[in-house]
Each structure stands twice: as structure tokens, then as C-alpha cells.
Design a protein around this ligand. Sequence first.
Ligand SMILES: Nc1ncnc2c1ncn2[C@@H]1O[C@H](COP(=O)(O)OP(=O)(O)OP(=O)(O)O)[C@@H](O)[C@H]1O
Ligand SMILES: Cc1ncc(C[n+]2csc(CCOP(=O)(O)O)c2C)c(N)n1
Ligand SMILES: [Mg+2]
Ligand SMILES: [Mg+2]
Ligand SMILES: [Mg+2]
Length: 328
Amino acid sequence: MDEFSFIRSIKPEYYRQSSLIKGIDDDAAVFRPSGHDIVTAVDTMVEGVHFTRQTMAPEQIGYRVLAANISDLAAMGSTPAFFMVSITIPSDWSQEELERIYEGMKRLGDSYQMDLIGGDTVSGSELSISVTVIGMVHKGKARYRSTAKTGDVLFVTGTLGDSRAGLEWLLNPKGQASEDHTYLVQRHQSPVPRVAFASNLSHLERLTLNDVSDGIANEANEIAKASEVDLWIDSKALPFSEAIQKVFPGQYVDWGLSGGEDFELLGSVPEKDWSQVIEAAEQAGVTASKIGYVKTKEGPEPVVKVNKSGEWEILTSSGYTHLKEKGD
Ligand SMILES: Nc1ncnc2c1ncn2[C@@H]1O[C@H](COP(=O)(O)OP(=O)(O)OP(=O)(O)O)[C@@H](O)[C@H]1O
Ligand SMILES: Cc1ncc(C[n+]2csc(CCOP(=O)(O)O)c2C)c(N)n1
Ligand SMILES: [Mg+2]
Ligand SMILES: [Mg+2]
Ligand SMILES: [Mg+2]
């Protein structure tokens, strides 16, 4: 199969977004939204870095790379609309496997009425998939990392560390997988972006959001820096699944802080709006946990503090970082 028959095989039969004017088939796609700001993000998954043949089946790779991108749209409070896929294909991936990758993307994309409107196909030595997503948000209603204010409640959706735990089991399985192991593995392979939760809060005047791709140690520091505030996190309030506590009792707190790839939402709201956050989460079928507070910056630089063993200590950006040099 050559490049062009591959493109024909993945081309959607029809499009659903009414703002779309030209999808796949020309030099670029065209859409014309009205009354909205356009939100766009790109994330890449590379074989050997984000997945291996051991950690994910082809449809899971497709699902997961689109989910990571939709998670960024959720963190901006936007509604997913379109996606574009740039794929580098090594010769040892079969046509059937590639079709399964696209099926995984389609399954998730369809659930948000998203249209695949373009991309790029090249051959290369490692499988690499880069997805660009485009979402819409009502004018001026995008949610930023820079809006946290003193007195806000700091919260996180869902539970933390499960993805890291699932990855651990996939890389080092020890015996038969229990129901708990299966749960953790599924959290790694098929995270649910929290679009509905964020969209249920679209009426709030002020809401700070950041998605947890690298671990809350990183993401909380991003919010603190962007908002010029300190964040105080009560480690006893961090939400953990029963499964992770049972299977990895010694590791789950660290993984919750810096494991990454949970794709939950970390955010802050004025205390008066906290009950609405709980309600929005309930309606979206997820939990929201109050994990701390936003405080006025005490030192020269914004910091995140956590009370791990009774004492408040500074939580550095200890999550996953690409291009990290030895000794960094
Ligand atoms: N190579 C690049 N060129 C231009 N902008 C970049 C590049 N890499 C990252 N950025 C921009 O830097 C900002 C932070 O990117 P980052 O990848 O940390 O965010 P994220 O997508 O939320 O995190 P993650 O990749 O862990 O999901 C974003 O505005 C992103 O668009
Ligand atoms: C096989 C395998 N080994 C390690 C990991 C862990 N991992 C890779 S990238 C990343 C952070 C998010 O990346 P990005 O910032 O690019 O979104 C994490 C936690 C994995 N998923 N699979
Ligand atoms: Mg991202
Ligand atoms: Mg990124
Ligand atoms: Mg993000």
C-alpha cells in the first residue's frame, strides 16, 4: 500500500461539524466558526517513549494519542471539533495495525463528534504519531493557568498515579493480573479526557485549569508560576484509587505526585464556587477532590508546598520531563 491508498483508507466517509468547509482532499482544511474562539494544541506519541508494543495495542495507541490531545482541550474549557494526524510509519508496522490505530482514534473522536480533517504521512524508523486538535470555546471563555487567586480551593478530578501504576504492571508483570491490575492498566491505556466536567463549569466567572500529563508536581508548579501564587497541597487529601493503594502501597504517593499521564484536571475556583465543582463532577461521572488552597506568594518565586510527613516542604517540578540531562 502506498501513501495515497493509505490516505484513501483512513479518509472519513462524511463530516459532522457544521463549521467545516473543506476537510481531507486539498492542500489544507478550511472551517468557519462563528461566535467562538478557536483553541488548538498538538501532542506527539513516539514508540519507545510513550508506548511500546508491550504496553499498548494499536487501537490503544490511537485512542491514547487523541485522548492526550483532547485532555488539553478540556483543560482550556473548550469543546473538541477537529483533529489532524501526522504519522511516521516504519516498515515493520502492517496495514492492519495502522488501520487499528486509526480505529482507536475514530472510536474516541466519534464520541465527541470530532472530524478528522487532514494530516501527513511519511515513512521513518520509529512509529510516531502527532495529533493536532482544534476546539471551540465561547468568546473570552477559555480557561487559563494564570487565573488562580489567593483563597481559591485547589482541586483535582479523578484519582492520581493510576496510569504510572498500570505502566509498571505492563512493563514488569508479576504473575496473574488481578481485577486491580486490570483497572490500573486500563487507566494507562484508555484515559478519559475530562471534557464534560470542564464544560459543565462553563458558567463560572473564574476557573483555573491545567491537565495532568506530567504529574501534579509539574502541573501545580505551572499554575503557581503562571498565576504568581503559592499553592498548598495537603498530601492526605490527594485522591487515590483503591486499586493503587492495594497493589502499590509503597509507591502510590510518589506516583500520584509525579507519575504523569493521568489526564485528570487540576484547577482552582473561588471557595464560593466549590459546591458547583462537586456537582459538575458528579454530572460528568467523575469525582473532584479538594486538595489544598491557593495562597499569596510568600517568597520571591511562586512555590508549591506539600505536607508529606507533617512538615510543609516545597514540591519541585519532579514530573516527567523530556530532554532532561543527567544531573538536572
Ligand atoms: N517545539 C515547540 N514549538 C513551539 N511551541 C511549543 C513546542 N513545544 C511546546 N510548545 C508550547 O509550549 C507550551 C507548553 O507545552 P507543553 O507540551 O508543556 O504543554 P502540554 O501539552 O499541556 O503538556 P504535555 O506535552 O505534557 O501534554 C504550549 O503552549 C505548547 O504549545
Ligand atoms: C513505554 C513507556 N515508558 C514510559 C512511559 C512514561 N511516560 C512517557 S512520556 C510521559 C509524560 C508525558 O509525555 P508528554 O509530555 O510528551 O505528553 C510519561 C510519564 C510510557 N508512557 N510508556
Ligand atoms: Mg498536552
Ligand atoms: Mg505537549
Ligand atoms: Mg496540558
